[in-house]
Design a protein around this ligand. Structure first.
Ligand code: SPV
Ligand code: MG
Length: 431
């Protein structure tokens, strides 16, 4: 009997999968690899059912001889181990980043003369409906809210990108990159106060109020499924904060980060160039406690952001605050710095981790941007936020286009720098 292998990363078996398995059976004994959660989230959607359940739905088809777990996106290991005579796959992986997986399979099969069989992917109304239903499920508050905690268990670093509109949400949602034979995508979205304010032409001083921020969250949520971390500025008055926690939780936001400043908040990247007042440990702990008491699910996270290094109060103050905020119930801490070098962040993380190995640490490497995610992870960081780079790249591009049109009194000169309008139309999904 010849050996046939295929890998599934799906939460549902539809007629397309059944077609593929029936076809596979014609070639021999079929083994199905179930892609692990950690591998699946690198290029696909977050699973809505467990690995065990995914195994079960494949077993229930009655069409497979064996099921294995495939832990890596690329097939090197599984093909070396199983030496299948045939790998079978739908022909929908010839375009886009998944092409890298196809190339990898071809390379591996070539080593011993294995063969790739591609069958026409089943596109029809029913399959599309099933696909849409899963996508919609992922966008629902009860699925989205808990996702950050799930990611913290799955990923060495939760890679988070700034969003401030439906369009930037789509970029965070859909960008998958193939680089050096690996696929990757962002895990979560950061609703930055700086960029949300900037998009509205306003300063980052808590002037854009919570109702407006929630409007932005809603725009992002309409077109995405990934979890949202809200930049909650200072959290405002305790009496207001508790209401906002409930609302955000109900909307399906996963976490709010509040910073330990009081009075007129200014952006941290100004540091001590402007007047900024740090809150007392006691007041800020009261705010954290009140927020934790107000929330209704176990899933929502309140993350305490420590501004001691920004305000040049030193490591000791930062650490004292970190431990106090964790004791008050903070689900994670964020430590911020505006130094070019990541050294003060490393020192803080290393010292904090000597006492506390569990509380997630969040960082925003805007100034210390030479540091890599894996270096940060080695120092115990769990969430890395790219807090403003989308806004900072879009603004100069738009400004230069405006200048060129004004200079030339027509738009021809800028055309080569623009996304073709056929593409921008296709960016938005049809219902
Ligand atoms: C933001 O993105 O609004 C932040 C991060 O709060 S920072 O701008 O670095 O303060
Ligand atoms: Mg902010």
């Amino acid at each position: 009997m010849k050996k046939v292998y295929t890998c599934f990363c799906t939460d549902v078996i539809h007629e397309g999968h059944l077609n593929l398995l029936r076809e596979a059976k014609k070639y021999g004994e079929v083994t199905v690899g179930i892609l692990s959660d950690a591998a699946m989230i690198k290029f696909n959607r977050f699973p809505t059912i467990t690995l065990e359940e995914r195994k079960q739905i494949v077993r229930n088809t009655g069409l497979v001889s064996a099921i294995v777990i495939q832990n890596e996106i690329m097939y090197d290991k599984v093909i070396a181990e199983k030496k299948p005579d045939f790998v079978i796959h739908g022909d929908n992986w010839c375009e886009g980043p998944e092409r890298a997986i196809r190339n990898n399979v071809i390379e591996n099969l070539k080593k011993y003369g294995g063969e790739l069989i591609e069958i026409a992917y089943t596109y029809n109304e029913n399959v599309k409906k099933i696909d849409d239903t899963i996508r919609e499920r992922l966008a629902m508050p009860e699925y989205r809210r808990k996702r950050l905690r799930q990611l913290l268990k799955l990923c060495p670093v939760v890679k988070t990108i700034e969003v401030h509109s439906g369009l930037t949400g789509l970029i965070a949602e859909k960008t998958v990159v193939e680089h050096n034979g690996e696929l990757d995508q962002f895990d979560a979205m950061w609703l930055s106060s700086l960029c949300d304010s900037t998009a509205k032409g306003k300063p980052d001083i808590e002037l854009v109020d919570m109702s407006s921020r929630m409007r932005t969250i809603d725009d992002v949520m309409e077109v995405t499924t990934k979890p949202i971390i809200l930049d909650g500025d200072t959290g405002g008055l305790v009496e207001h904060f508790v209401y906002n926690v409930r609302t955000l939780e109900r909307m399906g936001v996963s976490a709010i980060i509040i910073e330990d400043k009081t009075g007129l908040k200014k952006n941290s990247l100004f540091g001590i160039e402007v007047d900024q007042v740090q809150d007392s440990i006691e007041n800020f702990c009261n705010k954290i406690r009140a927020g934790k008491r107000a929330q209704r699910t176990e899933e929502f996270m309140i993350i305490a952001r420590i501004e001691s290094l920004i305000l040049e109060k030193g490591q000791e103050d930062a650490l004292k605050r970190a431990f106090a905020y964790v004791d008050a119930g903070a689900d994670a801490i964020m430590i911020h710095s505006r130094k070019k070098s990541p050294d003060e962040i490393f020192t803080f993380c290393d010292t904090f981790r000597k006492t506390n190995q569990d509380t997630p640490i969040v960082v925003v490497p805007t100034s210390f941007n030479s540091v890599t995610e894996s270096e940060l992870a080695q120092h115990g960081v769990n969430i890395v936020i790219y807090a403003n780079q989308l806004t900072r790249s879009a603004f100069p591009a738009m400004q230069s286009t405006a200048i060129e049109i004004l200079k030339n009194h027509r738009a021809l000169e800028v055309d080569t720098k623009l996304m073709p309008f056929q593409e921008i139309i296709r960016l938005i999904d049809d219902l």
